[in-house]
Design a protein around this ligand. Sequence first.
Ligand SMILES: Cc1cc2nc3c(=O)[nH]c(=O)nc-3n(C[C@H](O)[C@H](O)[C@H](O)COP(=O)(O)O)c2cc1C
Length: 192
Amino acid sequence: MKNQRTPEYPVHKQFVKRWSPRALSGEPVTKEQLMTLFEAAKWAPSSYNNQPWRFVYAMRDTPAWSTFMNLLGQFNQQWCQNGAALVLVCAKKNFEHNNKPSRTHEFDTGAAWMSLALQGSLSKLVVHGMEGFDYDRARTELGIPDDCDIECMVAIGKKGKKSRLPKELRKNEFPNQRKKVSEIVFEGRYQG
Ligand SMILES: Cc1cc2nc3c(=O)[nH]c(=O)nc-3n(C[C@H](O)[C@H](O)[C@H](O)COP(=O)(O)O)c2cc1C
């Protein structure tokens, strides 16, 4: 099958089963469901266990929802309007223990986001990362301090029918493929 994801090596199925749908149902998720995702994120590893990740969220049908939605680019707005929550992912730049810059704050926060995404997939929720939003306005409108990098926005919701999507988005509504392991892994010295 064209859209089938087949791993080259044996891995737990959760890694290949997670993907980023855009078709959302418009149904709400509970605060408990949302907090479960942040719980998964918080157990990610980080340099010096600094836990630099910070999450700012808005749930549908709350006053903050429209502020978050208005930060999104048009492309993302058209499918996120059926989402249940939007989350801004940030990374604190400095270590807490000495206030010196951390090299890995974004790497660590990436790990936390992936835990959140995998838990979402295990909880049968859509979790879809986005860079298509206004980073500068997000900083001012959501009060993100200068010592925090803004990394990504995340749409969360219940999966909906493909027919809910605008026509031009339907053709890409399937799990995509990946490079081969041999294209991304090098023994001894970088190649490419
Ligand atoms: C940091 C980041 C930014 C992304 N930005 C967008 C975006 O603005 N809009 C969108 O529809 N998808 C966005 N995506 C989704 C990616 O296109 C998707 O993760 C990628 O094609 C791999 O597909 P998969 O997540 O279904 O495995 C983003 C994903 C990440 C991780």
